[in-house]
Design a protein around this ligand. Structure first.
Ligand code: C5P
Length: 227
């Protein structure tokens, strides 16, 4: 069976990773969460004093990029690959609201993007990959056979993210989550390098009123039509 590349882009908290993981499992493909890579670099910057509330040492981060190793390791129990920063599992540590508050600034830095995009292209060099992010169909895999662009209202997305954070036990308020979703959408869509935009050949999926099963079935059918 031919293997294809599936690129899933879209706004923050549109449920891209949930459907991408399920799709990868159904097709026997590798799933790569590219956002987790930007989050891991952000966590590194926070842990190393390069980002503090009113100060972001961009040059310092660029000069330390070669010390940052982001990798994935498949977790059999969870059924997906978890992200590691310099050998330490940071799958949970990268999902906090604090990391979300800085990640889009880190993602504007071209040197960071160049390093991560190269790694992402390497992950997908043999096809058979489902990757989600912001620039997968436009920059990382412009030749992807199937490109999806996921969207939903900001309020729905914030509610989903808020529920997720609460379920993990994080002490967050809905308004802060909504502001973060809106601010990331703005920074991600207006940055100079690889802004979030829908590829010309992408299929738009507004999942505001779709269940997870409906999204999965719809996207699985699109994938099978291409394989
Ligand atoms: O997908 P997730 O919300 O975890 O991504 C976190 C952030 O990483 C995004 O808001 C965006 O700033 C950045 N990102 C990016 N390009 C990607 C994936 C994520 O700029 N391909």
């Amino acid at each position: 069976m031919t293997k294809i590349t599936i690129a899933i882009d879209g706004f923050s908290s549109t449920g891209k990773s949930t459907v991408a993981k399920r799709l990868a499992k159904a097709l026997g493909y590798v799933y790569v969460d590219s956002g987790a890579m930007y989050r891991a670099v952000t966590l590194y910057a926070m842990q190393n004093g390069l980002i503090e509330t009113d100060c972001f040492d961009i040059d310092g981060l660029i000069s330390q990029l070669e010390d940052i190793d982001v990798s994935f390791k498949f977790n059999e129990d969870l059924g997906f690959a978890e992200v590691y920063l310099n050998g330490i599992n940071v799958e949970s540590a990268i999902r906090t609201l604090e990391v979300s508050q800085f990640v889009s600034q880190v993602a504007t830095i071209s040197e960071v993007r160049a390093q991560l995009v190269k790694q992402q292209q390497n992950f997908g060099k043999d096809k058979g990959v489902v990757m989600d992010g912001r620039d997968i169909g436009t920059v990382v895999f412009p030749e992807a056979e199937l490109k999806l662009f996921m969207t939903a209202s900001a309020e729905k997305r914030a509610q989903r993210r808020y529920d997720e954070l609460k379920e993990r036990g994080d002490d967050v308020c809905y308004d802060d989550v909504l502001k973060n979703v809106q601010s990331r959408d703005h920074i991600d869509s207006t940055r100079d390098d690889s802004p979030l935009s829908m590829a010309k050949d992408a299929i738009k999926v507004d999942n505001s009123n779709m269940t997870l099963d409906e999204q999965f079935e719809f996207i699985l059918k699109l994938s099978e039509d291409k394989i």
